[in-house]
Ligand binder design. Structure first.
Ligand SMILES: CC(=O)SCCNC(=O)CCNC(=O)[C@H](O)C(C)(C)COP(=O)(O)OP(=O)(O)OC[C@H]1O[C@@H](n2cnc3c(N)ncnc32)[C@H](O)[C@@H]1OP(=O)(O)O
Ligand SMILES: O=C([O-])CC(=O)C(=O)O
Length: 382
C-alpha cells in the first residue's frame, strides 16, 4: 500500500487553517460573519460596523465604532507621490492591476514592514481599509483625464467612495445599496484570495504585501473577476429572449462551457449573497424600470437551473452584482476593485488570525517529474 498522501486538486475539502471569522453552510445557503447572518448585516449594519465585527470578533460599542470610523476617515488621503505614480499608470491598464501596484506602493510609505507590533498592525489595517477606495477612485478619474479628488471626511465610507468617483454625493438610496454591497462581499471563509493572504502573511510579509497578493488572486475570472465577465455575458446575450439560443449554441460548441457568475465550490444551492444583491437590485429598479440586463439575468438563472441545477450549480455572488453596479453608473472594470475595497476587511481579519501562533505554509507536492537526469553541455545538444 502506498504511503503517499492523497492529492486533492484545488485542495477541495482540505482544511487550510482554523478560523473563527466566518461560517458557511453550503447546503442551507447560510453565511455568517462572526455568527451573524450576512442578510441581517446587509439590512441592519453599515460597512464600518461590519468591518469591526469581522476584525475584532464582536459588534463594537458605540464608542469603539465612533473611534474606528474616525480612524478610517483620517487615513483616506494619499501621499502626493503616490498620486503621481497613479498619474503615470497606463490609462488602458486594468484597474485591478493599478490597485495591486498602488497597494504595494502604499506599503513603501508605511513606517515599518515588520509585523511584530500590534499597534503598527492595527494602524496598517485601518490605513488599508481607508485608502483602498481612494486608490480605486484616483485611477478611475486619472484615466478619464480628470483630477484626483481628495476624500471627504464628512462622508461615510460608501458615500465618500461614490463622491471620489463621481464628484457628487450619492442619494440616500444609492449610498445604502453601495454600503450593503460592501457588507455582502466583505468575507467568505477560505476562498482563493483569502488563502493567498494567509500564505503571504505566514511568511511574515508586510500587510501591504499580503493585500497586494490577495488582490492579484481576486482579479481572476474564476474568482472576483467573474462579476465583470457576468455583466459582459448579459450584454452579449442582449435580452431574455436570446438566453436559450445563446446557451444552446455555447453548449453545442463546448459541452463544458461555464456560465459566468454560476457555480461555487462550497454552495450547492443559490449563494445567499446573490439573494441579498438581487433584493438590492429590486430596490434600485423599483424607482426606475427593470433594465434589460436584469431581465436577461433572471431568464439566464431560470434556464440554467433546468440545466445545471441537478449538479448544484446556481448563481453565486457575482451573478447579480454587476447589474446593480452598472445601474449606479459604475464602469464594468471597477466591479472587481469594488469587491477588493470590501474584501480587504476579510483578508485583514484572516491575516490577524494567521499571525497568532503562525506557522509558515509549506505544503507537499506529488512529484511526477524525472530524477537523476544527466546534464548535457549546450555544444553537445542539437
Ligand atoms: C467570488 C467568487 O469567487 S464566486 C465564483 C466566481 N466564479 C465564477 O462565477 C466562474 C464560473 N464558475 C466556475 O468556474 C466554478 O463554478 C468555480 C470556479 C466557482 C468553482 O469551481 P469548482 O469547485 O472547481 O467546480 P468545477 O469547475 O469542478 O465544477 C463542478 C461541475 O459543475 C460544473 N460547473 C461549475 N461551474 C459551472 C458554470 N459556471 N457553468 C456551467 N457548469 C458549471 C462543471 O462543469 C462541473 O461539471 P462536471 O462535474 O460535469 O464536470
Ligand atoms: O468562497 C469562494 O470560493 C469564492 C467566493 O464566493 C468568495 O470569495 O466570495
Amino acid at each position: 500500500m502506498s504511503s503517499e498522501p492523497e492529492y486533492r486538486p484545488g485542495l477541495e475539502d482540505v482544511p487550510a487553517a482554523k478560523s473563527a471569522v466566518s461560517f458557511i453552510d453550503g447546503k442551507r445557503a447560510r453565511l455568517e460573519y462572526r455568527g451573524i447572518p450576512v442578510e441581517v448585516l446587509a439590512r441592519e449594519s453599515c460597512f464600518e460596523e461590519t468591518s469591526w465585527l469581522l476584525l475584532k470578533g464582536e459588534l463594537p460599542t458605540q464608542r469603539q465604532l465612533a473611534e474606528f470610523d474616525h480612524g478610517l476617515r483620517t487615513r483616506r488621503r494619499l501621499h502626493f507621490r503616490l498620486k503621481d505614480l497613479i498619474r503615470c499608470m497606463p490609462a488602458d491598464g486594468h484597474p485591478m492591476d493599478a490597485l495591486q501596484a498602488s497597494v504595494s506602493a502604499l506599503g513603501m510609505y508605511a513606517p515599518t514592514r515588520a509585523v511584530n507590533n500590534q499597534a503598527a498592525n492595527w494602524d496598517a489595517t485601518l490605513k488599508l481599509i481607508a485608502a483602498l477606495p481612494t486608490l480605486v477612485a484616483a485611477f478611475s478619474r486619472v484615466r478619464r483625464g480628470e483630477e484626483i479628488l481628495d476624500p471627504r471626511s464628512d462622508l461615510d465610507h460608501a458615500a465618500n467612495f461614490y463622491y471620489m468617483l463621481f464628484e457628487k454625493e450619492p442619494t440616500t438610496a444609492v449610498r445604502k445599496v453601495l454600503d450593503a454591497a460592501l457588507i455582502t462581499h466583505a468575507e467568505h471563509t477560505m476562498n482563493a484570495s483569502t488563502f493567498t493572504a494567509r500564505v503571504t502573511g505566514s511568511s511574515l510579509a508586510s500587510p501591504y504585501a499580503v493585500i497586494a497578493s490577495a488582490i492579484g488572486t481576486l482579479s481572476g475570472p474564476l474568482h472576483g473577476g467573474a462579476n465583470e465577465e457576468a455583466l459582459a455575458q448579459l450584454e452579449q446575450i442582449g435580452g431574455p429572449e436570446n438566453v436559450k439560443p445563446w446557451l444552446d449554441a455555447k453548449l453545442a460548441a463546448d459541452p463544458k462551457f461555464k456560465v459566468m457568475g454560476l457555480g461555487h465550490r462550497v454552495y450547492k444551492v443559490k449563494d445567499p449573497r446573490a439573494n441579498v444583491i438581487q433584493e438590492l437590485a429590486e430596490h434600485v429598479f423599483a424607482e426606475t424600470s427593470r433594465p434589460k440586463n436584469y431581465e436577461t439575468a433572471l431568464e439566464l438563472e431560470r434556464v440554467c437551473a433546468g440545466i445545471y441545477g441537478a449538479k448544484g450549480v446556481y448563481p453565486n455572488v457575482d451573478f447579480y452584482s454587476g447589474v446593480v453596479y452598472h445601474s449606479l453608473g459604475i464602469p464594468t472594470d471597477l466591479f472587481t476593485p469594488i469587491f477588493a475595497i470590501s474584501r480587504v476587511v476579510g483578508w485583514l481579519a484572516h491575516w490577524t488570525e494567521q499571525l497568532v501562533g503562525n506557522r509558515i505554509f509549506r505544503p507537499e507536492q506529488v512529484f511526477v517529474g524525472k530524477t537523476d537526469v544527466p546534464y548535457v553541455p549546450l555544444e553537445k545538444r542539437p
